[in-house]
Unconditional design. Structure first.
Length: 470
DNA sequence: ATTCATGATTTGAT
DNA sequence: ATCAAATCATGAAT
């Protein structure tokens, strides 16, 4: 029992054994009583003595029970109780007013607001932990830029979970303790008067104590979130160079789609995924769709700005893709030959609008230049022709094999296949190979999309230095 | 320390 | 929303 009293003391600084008892004892004998009875006086003396000394004695459970029972059953008890009540009435005035409503702590409010803003304390958004974890684990769901944030989110979810479980724990402990204290007080209220106000006050004290602990929790949670946030934001803000492989993949795409280097959303996703895989690299870097967009934006503008600077790179990637493309084309050509050499459509069929651009563009510069110098048996399509007739891949003659190309990139790549296999000797070091084919006089890729603007079969803008010297 | 390369951000136009 | 262009800011090479 006195253990509990100690707890109470430690907790609220309110002494249960204290205020009313010794303040009121011995002050005055029960008035309103014409106490002529000696036995009664004796009784009162007894019980007072008992009460006075009760806190000095170390009582074990049984003893305490006994004595309490004795006190409760004492016939003078009601009278004494009322006296205590009266005394308490008087002293109770001083208790009140000491501390009233606690004003909402501005710091606590700040913390709460921040936690809410960061989505820690608020309602779980977007499926919460399960979804985030699933997204992070699977990560193959092609969820656009959320890959970038999934790590952040999962960590945030982790923090939130910890926060909530801790909060719950504290709340539960608080409730438990409150009910415990209330039971205690209620039980004590049989011996001494305890007003509801007092209980309320006690509960308030307990809650304040616990909320200060909660604030610590909130503070540390805020700190954790801040750290997490700054780390991720910094990681996003700070520039980390892409891995070699990623750059290669992007460059490959760029140079093989030089005529229209605007990857679609799906293409970007694909590229992002491909770049992020880099399985061998381990934690190289996960590249997101928006990063792919950034890369292409930068690449386009920088390529356009200084084409000469990129030629070496262009040739490099052209050669690189040419190897694979050569196989594809060769296979296609062979296919068209073996299957039905007379059927022009048997190879790569392509859509009109895609082809028009590329064929015209190719014809505009490279093909024109190269083909005029070589075997001469290329009949270049003059307008949006469906098929690109070609010959002499690797010296073999697939004469008459007409290959329609349906993948746009292959048209671009085709140039390099040809340039490599058809003896484009001056390409290296020269500045012809990667003239801005897709760029029109206005310097825009977009305008090149208009078929009519690139149809002119004669030399393009600025007569791209034809090497018809032969 | 300086310079260049490059990813990211901002701004303004469409 | 997406792009071009300018700009910022950093990583890496010198």
């Amino acid at each position: 029992m006195d253990e509990q009293a100690r707890i109470m003391q430690a907790l609220g600084g309110v002494s249960l054994a204290g205020h009313s008892v010794q303040g009121g004892m011995g002050l005055q004998p029960p008035h309103g009583h014409d106490g002529t009875d000696d036995g009664r006086k004796q009784d009162i003396g007894d019980i007072l003595h008992q009460i006075m000394t009760i806190t000095d004695q170390s009582l074990d459970e049984a003893q305490a029970k006994n004595r309490k029972h004795g006190l409760n059953c004492h016939r003078m008890k009601p009278a004494l109780f009322s006296v205590l009540c009266e005394i308490k009435e008087k002293t109770g005035l001083s208790i009140r007013g000491s501390q009233e409503e606690d004003p909402p702590d501005p710091q606590l409010m700040r913390l709460d607001n921040m936690l809410l803003a960061e989505g820690v304390s608020g309602p779980e958004k977007g499926g919460g932990s399960a979804a985030a974890a699933a997204a992070a684990a699977a990560s193959g769901g092609a969820s656009d830029n959320s890959i970038e944030h999934s790590d952040y989110r999962s960590k945030l979810t982790q923090i939130r979970q910890i926060y909530h479980t801790e909060l719950e724990k504290y709340e539960q402990a608080c409730n438990e303790f409150t009910t415990h204290v209330m039971n205690l007080l209620r039980e004590q209220s049989r011996t001494r008067p305890i007003s509801p106000k007092e209980i309320e006050r006690m509960v308030g004290i307990i809650h304040r104590k616990f909320s200060s602990i909660q604030m610590q929790l909130k503070q540390s949670t805020c700190e954790a979130v801040m750290i997490l946030r700054s780390r991720f934001l910094d990681a996003r803000r700070k520039r980390r160079n892409f891995s070699k492989q990623a750059t290669e993949i992007l460059n490959e795409y760029f140079y093989s789609h030089l005529s229209n280097p605007y990857p679609s959303e799906e293409a970007k996703e694909e590229l992002a995924k491909k770049c992020s895989i880099t399985v061998s690299q381990g934690v190289g870097s996960t590249i997101t769709v928006s990063q792919v967009s950034n890369w292409f934006g930068n690449k386009r503008i920088r390529y356009k700005k200084n084409i000469g600077k990129f030629q070496e790179e262009a040739n490099l990637y052209a050669a690189k893709t040419a190897v694979t493309a050569a196989h594809a084309v060769a296979a296609a050509v062979q296919n068209s030959q073996t299957n039905s050499p007379t059927t022009p459509n048997s190879g790569f069929q392509m859509k009109d609008e895609e082809f028009q651009l590329d064929s015209a563009e190719s014809k505009n510069t490279l093909l024109t230049n190269m083909f005029t110098g070589s075997s001469g048996s290329f009949n270049l399509p003059n307008s949006g022709d469906m098929f690109l007739s070609m010959q002499s891949l690797n010296g073999d003659s697939y004469q008459g094999a007409q290959v329609g190309v349906n993948v746009q990139s292959q048209v671009d790549t085709l140039r390099h296949v040809i340039s490599q296999t058809a003896g484009y000797s001056e390409a290296l070091g020269g500045n012809t190979m990667y003239s801005p084919n897709g760029l029109n006089a206005n310097g825009g890729w977009h305008d090149a999309m208009t078929p009519s603007s690139v149809i002119s079969p004669t030399e393009g803008p600025g007569s791209v230095h034809s090497d018809t010297s032969n």
